[in-house]
Every structure is written in structure tokens, then in C-alpha cells.
Write a protein that binds this ligand. Structure first.
Ligand code: SF4
Length: 555
């Protein structure tokens, strides 16, 4: 089976040591990316760890395809204990980091410990250097990239970095790469902040050899380059109007299901502001959205659909330029646009100011610096909704993505059960329900499919293949690429989901954490169907006997 190559590099920023560990057996069993990172996290982060403590660890991992010339592979995975959900999260970002990362010769970076001083960590194929960077305290993400360029001749494609939000332990702070691509969900930026790590750079020419089968490598690339999908012009925003027409665009903090100004923030509005093509490394599909507004001078990359929802419909804001400004602010300050936008929407609800985009930006900035009301909001809706006097639209502490589970009931079931909470990338139920392959009404009988979709997403995050490439990197092509049958690949995904849930169970997660803040039909019975399909106890717990250790311990 094809798998990533290279050692695990453990960087302890507390004692400033770097140690390489051979993890060949783990890679042979779990391939790379999310599966390997989850196996390591399960084995090496204590079950009772404080997300902000030195005992928490953050894992940055590539899969074997990050060495290919194939489209849909310009992505990386990060895993760690989330300060937002208090459970294990994995999050995935594009950009141009992946090839520089594998050039250092490692398969996984593990960040451990806690530094006394703000640090830049430089990883090369020659070793690791620690640089104290007190001058970067409070710096934005682009300012941090400028520093790496000026002092080390490196680009934003060599870096992961946090902004002020990460330093200030905002619970939904992101880790950024290429200035505009976010390891967004779950607050791993705050984990780096708690370790006093401002940025990590990667540089080298020592990628271990990995033989990628061709075909399908170049076939995928050619088909991606020739595609006339709307997504190539409008990215993820291309579906905004369709989603709105399906009453699944939450509006004014979940008060409504459709937004009267969706046209003003949707795919056509974004395309009008797009001034050039954007991509991730090696990807000819190029669905990214560099946008510019000549009148205001704002320039950003995106907004993606979820930002259009979080800072647009969710806040009652119908002007794409306002959403672009908020997108740029979040990228620069280093915050997940979904959690930040929904949290600001909750605040606008509490002060009856829906539609006030200027206030929204002011509060967004306050969150990153934990100033005024921002200090309260920086902990997320789950922790601050009582103080605001609004409903708690979260699952496991995570703010909802769009794609309203009150309308797409299978997606609602996914939100209720996902180990990382109310996130839309955990399983692809929404696509099945939009396309009509599954009837959006009802939850019963959908559990088996949900399990399959979770496993498939977990494996694609392992390979690593972009979620938008499934029409090109088909299941059959995955079998050829990885030289394994589909069931074997899906078992790798299943083990990953199982390890996440087992880890969370050890922290006290159980049946009471699976659910929704609103009612959908037969949710309780559908949850029971899922437990059975997943092999869980009636209380939503993974039996210890179902968990095997496939990673070396930290001792
Ligand atoms: S499809 Fe889009 S998001 Fe995915 S790798 Fe290609 S450019 Fe990046």
C-alpha cells in the first residue's frame, strides 16, 4: 500500500530539542495525514491534558500524494486537542506548504512543550533551529510572513503562522499558511499560541522517494485542467443561490433559513471581484478566489462559501465587499471565519444590530485582542451564549457551518454525531441530500451511509486528497493510487474515527454530547442506529477492546 515516508520529528519548544523517531510501521498501517496524526495523538497526548498545557501536542502531517504532480493534492492535515471542543480535532488546509514540508524529509511534525519566549521554529533537511522573536508579539499573519521573507528569504508558502488571535488564546484561532489558507476549525492556532510558537518554517530538497502510479496521476491532472465546472470560476460560493433556494442558508443567527440578499454575496458577486486565478500546489482545478474591490481597495483571497454565510447571511449583511473585508480581517488576525462569524452574529443578535457590518468588524478585531466584549466572545458561543442571552447554536462547543441541519436532516445527524462537532467537512451527507441521492427529510435509515461518508472523508484527509476532487480522484482511482482495495482504505478511515471518539470518551464524552440544539425527526432513534453501525455502546462509547495502538508512545 502506498504511504508517506520519513520519520516523525518531535520538536519540544520547552527544552528546545528536536528528535526523530522512525514510524515506518505506523505509516504502513495508517498511510499518512489524518490517520497517522490521529494515531499519534491518541497515543501521545494524555487523555486528561489541558488543551493549553505543555502536554498537549499539535501534529502537522502529509500523506504520500503530497509528493505527486496530481491535482487535488496541495493540502496538509493538522491534529491536536481542541480548546474549543475539548476533544481531538483534525483540520485541513490548502496552499503551497505541502511540497516544502515533504522537502524537509519528514512525514509528521509534532510540536510539544511550552516555550518561555515567543519562538519561530525553522525546520530544514539539515536540522531544526529555534529563534526568539519578541518583535513579532502581536504581529498579524502577513507581518509574520514578511519577517520570514526579510530575515530568512522564505515565502508564505514555507510557513505556518498564527496571528494575535492565536497568541491571545482565542478558542477558534486558526493556524494560517500562505497568509490566506487556514487550518481553521477547532482552535489549533490557540494551541500554538499556548506553546509560544509564532511560526514554523519548512525548507529542503530531501523528499523521500514515493512512487505514485500513473495512470491515474496525469489523467486526473488533465481532466482537472479541462473541467468546465462552475466551481472553477466561483469556488465554493458557486452554490450560494442554490443553497439559499433550498432553505439551508442560516440567516440572522439561525432565526431564518434563507437570506433575501443572497445574490449580493453569492457566486456571481464573488466572481465579479475575482481578478486572477488561484490554486493550491500542483492543482490545475484552481478553484481559489483572489478578489479585489477597486473602490475600497480591499484585497483578499475568498471569501469561500462558509464565510459568505458566517459574515454574510448569518449577520444579515448583504454586501460582498463587507464580507471580503471580514474575510481579510480574520485571515490577517488568524481566526476561523466560521466560528468567528457565527460568534459575532450571536453578538449582533444580542444587541439587535443585524446588518451592521462595521460593528461586526470592530467586534471581530476586539475578539482577536480579547478587548472589551471581545474577551467574552473569544471563548465561542458555547461558553458565552448565556451572557449574551442568545440560544446556543453549537455541537460539542463548535459553531455550525451552513447547510442547515433543520432542512437537511442527514446533515443534521452528521452534525449531531461528528467527533469534532458541527462541521460540514466531517462527512458528505449534505452533498447527497442536495443532489437528491438521499431524501433530505428524515434521519432513520441514514446511519450506515453516514458511517461510510465519515470513513471516506477520514481517508481522503489521510491520502491526502482535496474534498473537492472526488469526481476526479474516484474510488476506483484511489484503489489504484494506493494499491489496496476500497474496503481496506475505508477501514483506515473507520479506525481514525474510532480513535478520535475513543480519545474523546476518555475525556468524558458520551451519549449526552451527541445531539442538536434544535429538533429534527427521530434523532434519538437515528443516533442509536449510528451507534450500532459504528460498534459503539448504547452510551456512544468505543469499547477499549476495539482500539489498537498503532503508534509509538512518547516515553
Ligand atoms: S480543488 Fe481547490 S481547494 Fe482543492 S486542492 Fe485544488 S485549488 Fe485547492
Amino acid at each position: 500500500m502506498l504511504h508517506a515516508e520519513g520519520p516523525l520529528l518531535t520538536v519540544d519548544v520547552g527544552d528546545r530539542t528536536a528528535t526523530e523517531t522512525t514510524i515506518d510501521e505506523t505509516l504502513e498501517t495508517a498511510v499518512g495525514g489524518r490517520a497517522v496524526a490521529t494515531a499519534l495523538a491518541h497515543e501521545r497526548i494524555p487523555f486528561d491534558a489541558d488543551p493549553f498545557g505543555p502536554e498537549n501536542r499539535a501534529y502537522l502531517a502529509a500523506g504520500p500524494l503530497q509528493q505527486s504532480s496530481m491535482s487535488f493534492t496541495g493540502r496538509m492535515n493538522m491534529t491536536g486537542l481542541s480548546p474549543l471542543t475539548d476533544g481531538l480535532v483534525s483540520t485541513n488546509a490548502g496552499g503551497y506548504l505541502s511540497r516544502n514540508f515533504v522537502g524537509t524529509g519528514i512525514s509528521v511534525l509534532e510540536l510539544a512543550g511550552e516555550s518561555d519566549e515567543l519562538l519561530a521554529v525553522h525546520v530544514t533537511d539539515q536540522g531544526v533551529e529555534f529563534e526568539e522573536v519578541p518583535e513579532l508579539e502581536g504581529a498579524t499573519v502577513p507581518e509574520t510572513s514578511d519577517y520570514a521573507a526579510e530575515h530568512h528569504d522564505l515565502g508564505p508558502d514555507n510557513c505556518i503562522a498564527i496571528g494575535p488571535a492565536g497568541e491571545n488564546r482565542v478558542r477558534f484561532a486558526s493556524v494560517m499558511t500562505f497568509d490566506s489558507r487556514a487550518f481553521g476549525r477547532g482552535g489549533l492556532g490557540a494551541v500554538l499560541g499556548s506553546k509560544n510558537v509564532k511560526c514554523v518554517t519548512f525548507q529542503g530538497d530531501s523528499a523521500p522517494p514515493v512512487e505514485i502510479p500513473d495512470p491515474p496521476e496525469m489523467d486526473v491532472h488533465r481532466e482537472a485542467a479541462q473541467s468546465d465546472d462552475r466551481m472553477r470560476r466561483q469556488g465554493t460560493t458557486g452554490g450560494t443561490e442554490f443553497i439559499n433556494d433550498n432553505f439551508s442558508l442560516p440567516t440572522r443567527y439561525f432565526r431564518e433559513y434563507e437570506f433575501e440578499d443572497a445574490d449580493g454575496i453569492g457566486g456571481n458577486a464573488v466572481e465579479e471581484k475575482k481578478y486572477k486565478k488561484g490554486a493550491c500546489s500542483a492543482c490545475a482545478y484552481a478553484c481559489k478566489l483572489p478578489t479585489r474591490d477597486e473602490e475600497s481597495g480591499v484585497e483578499t483571497e475568498g471569501p469561500e462559501f462558509e464565510t459568505v454565510y458566517a459574515f454574510g447571511s448569518s449577520q444579515g449583511v448583504g454586501d460582498i465587499v463587507d464580507v471580503m473585508k471580514a474575510n481579510e480581517l480574520c485571515d490577517s488576525l488568524g481566526m476561523d471565519t466560521i466560528s468567528a462569524g457565527v460568534t459575532v452574529a450571536a453578538y449582533l443578535d444580542s444587541v439587535d444590530e443585524f446588518g451592521n457590518a462595521e460593528l461586526a468588524r470592530e467586534v471581530t478585531e476586539q475578539i482577536a485582542f480579547r478587548e472589551g466584549i471581545g474577551d467574552t466572545l473569544a471563548d465561542g458561543v458555547d461558553r458565552c451564549h448565556d451572557e449574551l442571552g442568545v440560544d446556543n447554536y453549537t455541537v460539542k462547543g463548535m459553531e455550525f457551518a451552513a447547510h442547515d441541519g433543520r432542512v437537511l436532516h442527514g446533515q443534521g445527524l452528521s452534525y449531531a454525531l461528528a467527533n469534532r462537532g458541527a462541521d460540514h467537512m466531517y462527512a458528505g451527507m449534505l452533498s447527497l441530500e442536495y443532489s437528491g441521492e438521499l431524501d433530505p427529510d428524515g434521519t432513520l435509515g441514514k446511519a450506515e451511509r453516514l458511517v461510510q461518508e465519515e470513513n471516506a472523508s477520514a481517508f481522503r484527509d489521510t491520502g491526502i486528497v482535496c474534498a473537492f476532487g472526488s469526481d476526479y480522484v474516484t474510488d476506483e482511482r484511489l484503489e489504484t493510487l494506493f494499491d489496496a482495495d476500497y474496503e481496506t482504505l475505508m477501514e483506515i478511515g473507520a479506525r481514525t474515527v474510532r480513535l478520535e471518539r475513543h480519545f474523546n470518551n476518555q475525556r468524558g464524552f458520551d451519549r449526552s454530547d451527541d445531539g442538536l440544539p434544535y429538533e429534527i425527526p427521530d434523532l434519538g432513534a437515528a443516533i442509536e442506529e449510528y451507534y450500532e453501525a459504528r460498534g459503539l455502546t448504547d452510551d456512544g462509547v468505543v469499547p477499549d477492546a476495539a482500539v489498537e495502538s498503532i503508534a509509538p508512545s512518547a516515553d
